[in-house]
Design a protein around this ligand. Structure first.
Ligand code: GDG
Length: 464
């Protein structure tokens, strides 16, 4: 079996921090199973980049990390990745910043990753590059002569062509994707937008999964990422989860809890969620004192201004809603800016009658799947899910809503609170079947099997 080399912006030390992003949670599992190496930035800043690689192994995951310079972090991570590509790819060109320094820093750091990874690569290795931080890396490795099977997975949406063309040098960036053998997206919609761009802007051609540009034909596919469903369901009945479940339930005093769990990010629709909840409180005085919204939102990317802005905006909105509706013994919103360990988080999900997941745009959204996996099959809660999350293409038995509409959100909350047990069970079972079937191992197989087969097809064609 070929060794897997995963390259992504950050590697995560599994289970050591209580707050791992979706990608981190997914990849640790995939790497453990394949005994591969995970290459990424250490998160540390050095005065002068040396290319020194720090090797280590945690919980069965081997990692190789490099330190970056402060300017790298500013221009590549905070700059091009999080001020340019992230907002643009989440359809927020109003927030996207285009600066030559950012693009220069992005290419410089990708080159640093190519230089670092190159000596680690053996001919039979399969290389799997992750996400928008690393788009040109495959091309840089090819330029160094590596003929390995190489794949790329985009964890965020692919924007419509009309938005993507606003990015300076957009064609140059997209062209580098043709260095890979297989590129993956979470949904048909993101895949379709990619194909559209290649046809319209680059005169490329599409034939099923095959996309051709000049003399390069690659496969572009949709593989929705999943969670480790079994592990998460077990975590939800572990001792720490039970303890948390009891603690939350005691504090609720028979009230119903709605839960939201999101990195503090403008793409997650937190402002809109609070507006929808506020609308619900306004329209339904009969539910006052009977419902609590617990929003867990650990801060992220605090060095980027738009994230500082969303944080202060949410503080203000939560304060306003609580000011307007609270009583001495009831606070309608519990707004928590800290992360919890995964097992405790699973206990919190299980204690909630409603999971409220309302991103304005999301590649997939793993919280929706975790909420489902954590439920008690005998008395499951209801998932309210934004139509604009990739997860909505799979979790069709959630109450699907438009997150921009406070009325729709308010109606869905009302409906979920009144939903009879048999309907809750039926909807949950159907969603859980999907979460269990298309889990994290399924996702990895979906992508890597295609990658392995891609090269076999190539060599068969060459031999003939
Ligand atoms: C990107 C894409 C795509 C959050 N708070 C705590 C905590 N979390 C964990 C959740 C979940 C993860 O973070 C968030 O994953 P999402 O998928 O919801 O979102 P992103 O971080 O934006 O991930 C997304 C994903 O990549 C994978 O491809 O689905 O669309 O944007 O696992 O549980 N975990 C703990 N404590 C917290 O307080 N332990």
């Amino acid at each position: 079996m070929s060794r897997l080399i995963v390259i992504s912006n950050r590697v995560s030390r599994p289970n050591k921090s209580g707050n791992q992003g979706g990608l981190a949670v997914a990849l640790a599992q995939a790497l453990r199973e394949s005994r591969g190496i995970w290459v990424g930035w250490s998160g540390e800043v050095t005065e002068n980049f040396t290319g020194h690689i720090g090797f280590s192994e945690d919980e069965g995951v081997k990692t190789a990390t490099i330190d970056l310079e402060e300017q790298d972090v500013d221009e590549y991570y905070n700059g091009y990745a999080n001020k340019t590509l992230w907002p643009l790819f989440h359809f927020r060109i109003d927030l996207a910043e285009y600066a030559r320094d950012f693009e220069g820093g992005y290419n410089r750091v990708n080159k640093r990753f190519a230089d670092t990874t190159s000596p680690l690569i053996e001919p039979e290795d399969i290389i799997w590059v992750q996400d928008y931080h690393m788009i040109p890396l495959g091309q840089m490795l090819r330029d160094k002569g590596h003929q390995n099977r190489m794949g790329f997975f985009l964890h965020i949406p692919w924007p419509p062509t009309r938005l993507l063309v606003s990015l300076p040098h957009h064609t140059k960036l997209v062209q580098t994707l043709f260095a890979y053998d297989v590129i993956g997206f979470h949904t048909e919609e993101w895949l379709e937008s990619f194909r559209h761009y290649v046809e319209r802007e680059m005169n490329g051609t599409v034939d099923g999964d095959f996309v051709t540009l000049g003399d390069r034909t690659i496969q572009a596919i949709a593989c929705p990422i999943g969670i480790n469903a079994q592990e998460f369901s077990n975590a939800a009945v572990s001792d720490p989860a039970k303890e948390m479940f009891e603690k939350v339930r005691r504090s609720l005093q028979d009230r119903s809890m709605i839960v939201g769990v999101d990195r503090l990010d403008y793409s997650k629709g937190l402002e809109e969620r609070f507006s929808g909840y506020s609308r619900f409180l306004k329209d339904h005085p009969e539910h006052h004192r009977k419902v609590v919204l617990t929003q867990i939102a650990p801060p992220s990317r605090g060095e980027v201004e738009s994230y500082q802005h969303i944080r202060s905006t949410l503080d203000a909105i939560a304060g306003r809603i609580n000011g307007e509706y609270s009583d001495v013994d009831w606070t309608p919103i519990r707004y928590v800016n800290q992360g919890y360990p995964r097992d405790k988080l699973a206990g919190i999900y299980r204690a909630a009658r409603i999971g409220l997941v309302t991103p304005l745009r999301d590649g997939m959204n793993l919280v929706a799947k975790e909420y489902v996996a954590a439920q008690d099959p005998n008395d499951p809660g209801v998932l309210i899910l934004s139509r604009f999350a990739g997860a909505a293409t799979q979790l069709k038995d959630a109450l699907l809503i438009n997150p921009y509409s406070p009325e729709e959100m308010s109606d869905a909350i009302t409906r979920a609170l009144a939903m009879p047990l048999d309907e809750r069970q039926r909807r949950w079972r159907s969603m859980m079947d999907c979460v269990e079937e298309q889990d994290i191992s399924w996702w990895r197989r979906c992508f890597t099997e295609r990658l392995i087969a891609a090269r076999q097809e190539d060599s068969t064609a060459r031999e003939q």
